[in-house]
Design a protein around this ligand. Structure first.
Ligand code: ZN
Length: 261
């Protein structure tokens, strides 16, 4: 019995030492790991700083507001280049100073140029009417749903109707009309006269800061087939450059960056 007890005591002491040794080793390893982890963090902080200071990098959400503040400036002039299409949603906090002209609302920034353009057209006996301009998100939703309903009425299944509607109307939040910078022009009257007006707009609108937003053959870039009525205000300087180079807004923006030429 005594021998057995001694052996048991010895083996108990040995186990205690092993446990102690393992615990000590574990503590040492944790300390070591923390030390290297904190060392390893430093380069990534530097990388983040580098990323935020580089304008071309894809900015992280935390650095984005500061970047926008820096590039936005006090004037509304830079907003005229805002890109809204099927891939670019209008920011929820986007603000617009609206002005009413006849029955439509537009961004104040374009009102003088729009009046001047209509006056110039009138001198050639062309009266440019405005069918639709600024739309709220809710109004855009209605526009989109109306397009869906039309296709359903024509006998398409709802899913197919929605897909088809996406070809001709934008989803709420993705329409240029929500910027107040897009106008659908219209003309009531003879087809020949109507053609004359579209031609006049195509050749002269840029002089007043407007571009034909969805020209023929550019659906693969703009997302829309030819719309002779839809014009977008970008300001005279940009409109002239876009017109002369025969570009669409997407192409122009990918070349000039946020501050223009
Ligand atoms: Zn339109």
């Amino acid at each position: 019995m005594t021998m057995k007890n001694t052996t048991r005591r010895n083996s108990f002491a040995r186990s205690l030492w092993i446990v102690f040794a393992i615990a000590a080793m574990a503590i040492f390893m944790i300390v070591l790991k923390n030390f290297f982890f904190s060392m390893g963090n430093e380069p990534s902080i530097t990388a983040l700083e580098l990323q935020t200071s580089s304008p071309s990098s894809d900015l992280s959400p935390t650095s984005r507001p500061a970047q926008i503040e820096k590039t936005k400036g006090p004037a509304k002039t830079e907003d005229v280049l805002i890109l809204v299409n099927k891939a670019h949603k209008l920011p929820d906090d986007y603000t617009i100073d609206l002005a009413t002209i006849e029955s439509v609302k537009v961004d104040k920034v374009l009102i003088d140029d729009l009046k001047a353009m209509r006056k110039a057209a009138q001198k050639e006996n062309i009266s440019i009417r405005m069918e639709s301009a600024y739309r709220t998100k809710a109004e855009q939703e209605k526009t989109f749903n109306n397009a869906v309903s039309e296709y359903v009425k024509q006998g398409l299944l709802r899913n197919t109707a929605v897909e088809r509607a996406k070809q001709v109307a934008a989803l709420p939040g993705y329409s240029e009309h929500e910027t107040g910078l897009a106008i659908d022009f219209s003309f009531e009257g003879h087809a020949e006269k109507q053609a004359k007006m579209w031609n006049w707009l195509r050749e002269n609108a840029y002089k007043y800061g407007f571009i034909l937003r969805y020209p023929e053959g550019a659906k693969h870039i703009t997302g829309y087939t030819y719309e002779p009525w839809h014009y977008r205000y970008v300001g005279k300087q940009h409109a002239k450059a876009i017109y002369n180079q025969g570009l669409v807004l997407e192409e122009y923006l990918s070349g000039v960056g946020i501050n223009g030429v």
